[in-house]
Design a protein around this ligand. Structure first.
Ligand code: SF4
Ligand code: SF4
Ligand code: SF4
Length: 296
């Protein structure tokens, strides 16, 4: 069988998505029977050869990221936006709340440990983009696999589909569908809120490991987040923070969450007690309609 030629590229992110490929462990060896990875940040080939599949992780934050993404689009038959940074902008996108000048000042001049700081400037340094963007906001993308990072099971399944010539199917429903916690109360129509209190996780002495976080007054992004991660945080008694991004068809993750909360918690209390952007838009601000700050 002819092997699929694959190139991988890293844009802006923590590199965790590339590390997640290594998490395939011995499955990586059998995968290599079907694919040839001819370019990756690990083998440090700078140019992009012609390939069947280009896998890009990370968001677009500077002009070099844009050039790499465009080069991949020219050379690759199909493009997979790999991970939440590539699909939605990810954590990087939170900088869209600030002007680029403010971000650079903060990073290079104002940090408490900086003495006589200066914003670096040279034609050799790629210029930062005014706002962080997801990959599909710059080039056409054929497939998206969200996750911060995607689980090995999802990576295996998506690559298997692509190798087999099929369009990969990623989960469509929200995380509550794959969460085993009891969450009946929030579906019962009634006048009262399910809980009147909204807590930070460290405020509670005991968190019931079997009951829905929302029904205990803890913000969990499950209703507005795509399933597929096997509810890995929730199983560890930590509420979901939404890293799989919005479900298919949701206009935006934060608004969907506020809508979902309206009948469960006093939404106003949630908005004052919690960081609305940091919770609702932590991973998907660049693809949301939440307004970003204009340059001065
Ligand atoms: S999606 Fe998450 S794991 Fe992947 S590069 Fe971005 S921050 Fe890192
Ligand atoms: S809100 Fe969170 S804890 Fe509740 S059912 Fe959904 S994923 Fe599970
Ligand atoms: S539970 Fe939520 S935050 Fe945790 S991995 Fe899944 S989608 Fe991401």
């Amino acid at each position: 069988m002819k092997k699929l030629r694959v190139a991988t590229g890293h844009l802006q992110g923590c590199f965790g998505c590339h590390m997640a490929i290594l998490d395939l462990d011995e499955d990586l060896l059998s995968l290599l029977d079907s694919i040839d990875i001819v370019r990756s940040p690990i083998n440090d080939v700078k140019s992009v050869p012609k390939v069947d599949l280009g896998i890009l992780d990370g968001a677009l934050c500077n002009t070099s990221n844009v050039a790499v993404a465009r080069e991949f689009r020219k050379k690759a038959g199909k493009i997979l936006a790999f991970g939440t940074c590539a699909a939605f902008g990810g954590i990087n996108g939170l900088r869209n709340l600030f002007s680029l000048d403010d971000v650079l000042q903060r990073a290079y001049v104002e940090t408490e440990s900086t003495v006589r700081g200066k914003v670096p400037s040279s034609p050799d340094i790629p210029a930062m983009l005014p706002h962080v963007r997801a990959v599909h906001q710059e080039i056409a993308v054929d497939y998206e696999l969200p996750g911060c990072p995607p689980t090995p099971k999802m990576i295996r399944s998506v690559l298997k589909d692509i190798i087999g010539g099929k369009k990969p199917v990623i989960p469509q429903k929200n995380l509550c569908h794959e969460c085993n916690r009891k969450h009946q109360e929030m579906y019962v129509p009634k006048r009262e809120f399910v809980t009147n209190a909204v807590h930070a996780i460290m405020e509670l002495d005991v968190i019931d490991p079997d009951r829905c976080f929302l029904e205990q007054g803890l913000i969990c992004m499950g209703p507005a987040t795509r399933e597929g991660c096997e509810a890995r945080c929730v199983k560890g008694n930590v509420p979901c923070r939404g890293c799989m991004g919005p479900t298919t068809g949701a206009l935006e993750q934060g608004a969907k969450m506020i809508n979902a909360l309206a009948s469960i918690l006093p939404a106003g209390a949630m908005m004052f007690m919690e960081d609305v952007v940091g919770v609702g838009y932590r991973y998907s601000l660049p693809v949301s309609i939440y307004p970003y700050r204009e340059e001065k």
